[in-house]
Design a protein around this ligand. Structure first.
Ligand SMILES: [Cu+2]
Length: 439
């Protein structure tokens, strides 16, 4: 029975593979054993899907390459003797790549735009035995037979192991942590905060270092916390190789402190600085400071941080946490880290937990908390006249929400973006996943 089950699985997988690799053969006439196959692949920031592509031996392959992302990518297949490569493919467009017949083996696929392969834009082309040989290739589970693969080219055991290892590693240690409190100096009754922007490497998950930009070496930048009525000065030093500015997002500030290049100030050139001075007149809640110069790159690479207006006497919750959503050059991240390097929110049973959520990425992310409903009490720093309950909250770029969870149920409860390609693949969870741990 087991044997027959395996045989059927193998047969089904072989059929599926045949469909993937050959069903959309460009030639509908002629001998199928000599005509080529067509494979659809898609590119986005920063992945190639599928991550493992199965191809037949001895037949040419045509890749239909769709760039579903927003920035240009390439698609390149290295065969050892030569590299087949598309020209730059703009976001939202597609092209095809012809690859001549290959022998059995595993070939590397990547995007050749600098840094993109390191961020995850790699895949494998696995070319199996020539047709007819697969049936004879013996035992189920043998990794040489294409038919034993499933789920992105992994075996069931590999998939289970990948999921297990990720969860066991959580919360994994990485270098650097964002949102660390920034202490002001007091000068004549004014709270003065120093920020320094630098280009750096940032470890998003164990062993993955990305080219990043950071305030005071942190992503998100250090947390600035003030009270209503405070007089504030933020000094931004630019130690990067490109100009920058600082925008106080959501806050009411004088025009000269608004941080928009050539509208309210000249950009801060490398080596320069600018002083943003204002009085805090907005209601308590979550605001953001971020770059407003070349922001696709600068904010995407990490130049953002929390500006929290705290009521005098505090918010009055047992636990308070800030969760920044990010995507783009740093990958899918919560507070600058991807699972399993994300940090959990830890509470004791019965605690009221206040979570400041902010999206400084370029995509919408619906954040979903398992096991609980949370109360949405503020949007963009404004207390809601009518707070409401939700378990999934859509957060657009630039938006902030304050939500409150009554931590009544013990356990580790997943808290993640519900766009599934941002959180889980055949090898386990990644990206925008963390947990509320109630002790
Ligand atoms: Cu998402």
């Amino acid at each position: 029975m087991t044997d027959r089950f395996h045989r059927n699985t193998l047969a089904a997988a072989a059929v599926a593979l045949a469909l993937t690799a050959a069903a959309c053969a460009t030639s509908s006439t002629g001998d199928s054993s000599s005509s080529g196959g067509t494979v659809d692949v898609s590119l986005q920031e920063f992945s190639i899907t599928p991550a493992q592509i199965e191809g037949p031996a001895g037949r040419s392959l045509t890749f239909n390459v769709n760039n579903l992302g927003t920035v240009p990518h390439t698609f390149a297949v290295e065969t050892g003797s030569r590299t087949y490569e598309t020209p730059m493919i703009d976001g939202g467009t597609s092209t095809t790549l012809q690859v001549d017949a290959l022998g059995p083996g595993t070939y590397r696929i990547s995007c050749t735009v600098a840094g993109h392969a390191d961020l995850g834009m790699v895949a494998q082309l696995v070319v199996g035995e020539a047709e007819g040989a697969a049936d004879a290739s013996g035992a189920p589970g043998s990794s040489s037979g294409m038919g034993s693969m499933t789920g992105g080219g992994m075996t069931a055991e590999e998939m289970a192991r990948g999921h297990k290892e990720g969860v066991e590693a959580f919360p994994a240690e990485t270098r650097g942590q964002g949102n660390m409190p920034l202490r002001p100096t007091i000068q004549g009754g004014v709270k003065v905060f120093e920020l320094t922007a630098t280009e750096t490497k940032w470890e998003t998950e164990p062993g993955t270092f990305v080219d990043a930009m950071a305030y005071n070496g942190q992503i998100p930048g250090p947390e600035i916390r003030v009270h209503p009525g405070d007089r504030v000065r933020i000094v931004l030093n630019n130690q990067m190789s490109q100009p920058t500015t600082l925008h106080m997002h959501g806050l009411t500030v004088p025009n000269r402190a608004d941080g928009v290049p050539y509208i309210t100030q000249d950009p801060i050139m490398p080596g320069g600085f600018y002083v943003y001075a204002f009085r805090v007149t907005d209601s308590p809640g979550m605001y953001v400071f971020h770059s407003h110069f070349n922001s696709t790159e600068q904010v995407g690479k990490g130049l953002y941080g929390a500006f929290i207006v705290e009521p005098r006497g505090g918010f009055g919750y047992e636990v308070e946490a800030t969760v920044f959503l990010g995507d783009g050059p740093t990958g899918y991240v919560l507070n600058g880290k991807g699972f399993p390097a994300t940090q959990p929110i830890v509470a004791n049973r019965g605690d009221d937990v206040l979570i400041h959520l902010a999206n400084d990425g370029a995509m919408i992310h619906p954040m979903h908390l398992h096991g609980y409903h949370f109360e949405v009490i503020a949007q963009d720093g404004f207390p809601l006249a009518q707070p409401y309950m939700a378990d999934t909250l859509m957060i657009a770029p630039g938006q902030r929400y304050d939500v409150v969870v009554k931590a009544n149920y013990p356990g580790a409860w997943a808290f993640h973006c519900h766009i599934l390609p941002h959180v889980e693949g055949p090898g386990g969870m990644f990206g925008m996943v963390t947990a509320l741990v109630v002790q």
